[in-house]
Each structure stands twice: as C-alpha cells, then as structure tokens.
Design a protein around this ligand. Structure first.
Ligand SMILES: [Zn+2]
Length: 266
C-alpha cells in the first residue's frame, strides 16, 4: 500500500500513534479508522436528535414543519359586508374574518405556514388583490371563507365552490369535514366562476360553511356559550389537511359529490 493514498486526517492519526509501517499495522489501522468513522457518524446522529428534542420543548412559537402553505381569504370586508342575518346584525364580513383567524391558528398549531389576504374588518379589496396575493406567495392551496344566504330561514347546509378541475378535491374535503363538524347537511360542491377560483394558480375553494340567514344558526351565533365558529374553523382545517395529505384520494372522492348550483352565491 502506498502512504500517499492516505487522507491528511488519517496520516495525522497514523503519525501520532507511532504505529510501525508494516502491512499488518496498516490493516489494523484501516479497521480502527472504519470503527472511528462509524462512531463519529453515530455521534452526529445522537447530537442532532438532542437538538431537535430540545427545540420541541423550548419553543412556544409555531415551527413550520410542513412544506405546504395555506392562503386564507376571509370574504368581503370594509365597505362590503357580504350577506347578513335577517336582522342585519351579523354580517359575513365579521364572521368570515372570525372563522379565518381561528382557522389560521389551528393550521399554525399543526405546523402549516398561513398567509391571510386580510386580518382586519376595515379593509376593502377586490378579487384581483386576493388571488394575486395568494399567487405571489406561491401558496399550496387557497381557501376563501364565506357564508351562504337564502330568503327561507329554515334552509341550512354546507357547500363549497370550485372552478378549476384541480379545485375539486380541496373543495370536497372541506365541505365534507365542515358539514360533519357542524352536524348539518353536506350539500356537495358546485362549479362557480369566481375570480379567486379561476385566477388562482393553485387548488382553491370557496367555503360556504352554513347559512347566515338560518334561524338555527342565528340562535347559535347569539349564544355566548356556543362554539359554532370555532367548530366551523376546525372543520375547514380538517378538510384542508385531509386534502394536503392525499390530493389524489380527495380528487377521486370529489367526483361523486358534484352538484349543480341552483342560485346565486355571495
Ligand atoms: Zn360571501
């Protein structure tokens, strides 16, 4: 064997050990080098594992452990109140934001990074601003939070809107989980040409969680002990996570839940 083949670190070990230059010691030296290398690698793994666990215990701020990011768009806002309860006291502008902020917190706590098109009720924005914001942030999915309305206050169900074929699985996962969480009818998904859906560059959905004009919902929303909006946020979050974990499965399931939109949507 030729000593010139040794790496500098091997040579320094060799020299400091004062081992004779016979073939036998070379073989012994090679064996010891391999063992030392294995111990070094094991040490590096153990050290990294300690750092990770220490970080888990120490940090109270969310660590974005998922590669996927979520852009949440609370519908309406500012001069545009959207639909409202029959007495006009509860507006989409307000409850869309409340649900969206709770949804952000749930997703943050689960390690997802979230972008919000608005975090205040005093902001007016058009659809172009909303989808451009989400597109510029390269979000994995975009979800607009809305609530439905109708002139019959006994009508209440969950429904999601999609436009692009790639939106279907996300929309269906959200409506299924939301209806289940709120214990109302899952009215499926319907295609609707809306700017945030057609112009967004990622899978997107408009969540119409429940009817803001429903008398049952009104009773819950005006009951201070009710967790209606938190439950809705939890359902939407669950649907988003289900979709992100297996988009192909969600897309396949969506094909059986497509409805025709028979009224206008706000
Ligand atoms: Zn709306």
């Amino acid at each position: 064997m030729n000593r010139t083949h040794y790496t500098p670190s091997r040579r320094s070990y060799y020299q400091s050990s004062n081992i004779s230059k016979t073939e036998t010691t070379h073989r012994r030296f090679k064996k010891r080098s391999i063992i030392l290398f294995i111990l070094f690698i094991a040490g590096v793994f153990a050290f990294n594992s300690q750092i990770t666990h220490a970080g888990d215990h120490k940090s109270a701020t969310p660590i974005y452990s998922h590669k996927q990011t979520v852009c949440i768009d609370p519908g309406h806002g500012g001069a545009d109140p959207g639909a409202s309860s029959n007495d006009g006291l509860i507006t989409e502008r307000d409850i869309n934001l409340t649900v969206a902020l709770k949804l952000r917190d749930i997703l943050n706590a689960q390690g997802y990074e979230v972008f919000m098109t608005r975090t205040s009720n005093s902001v007016s924005m058009d659809n172009r601003v909303r989808y451009t914001y989400c597109n510029d942030h390269h979000a994995s999915v975009m979800v607009s939070v809305h609530h439905n309305f109708f002139d019959d206050d006994t009508v209440d169900y969950a429904m999601d809107l999609f436009y692009k074929p790639v939106d279907k699985g996300l929309a269906n996962s959200i409506v299924s989980a939301t209806a289940s969480k709120l214990n109302i009818t899952d009215n499926g998904i319907a295609q609707f040409e809306d700017g945030v859906l057609s112009e967004s560059t990622m899978p997107a959905a408009v969540s119409e969680g429940f009817f803001i004009t429903s008398s049952d919902e009104y009773s819950l929303l005006t009951d201070s002990t009710s967790t209606r909006l938190a439950d809705e946020a939890s359902g939407i979050a669950s649907g988003i996570v289900t979709y992100l974990n297996n988009p192909a499965k969600a897309n396949a399931a969506a094909e059986t839940n497509i409805q025709t939109l028979d009224r206008s949507s706000d």
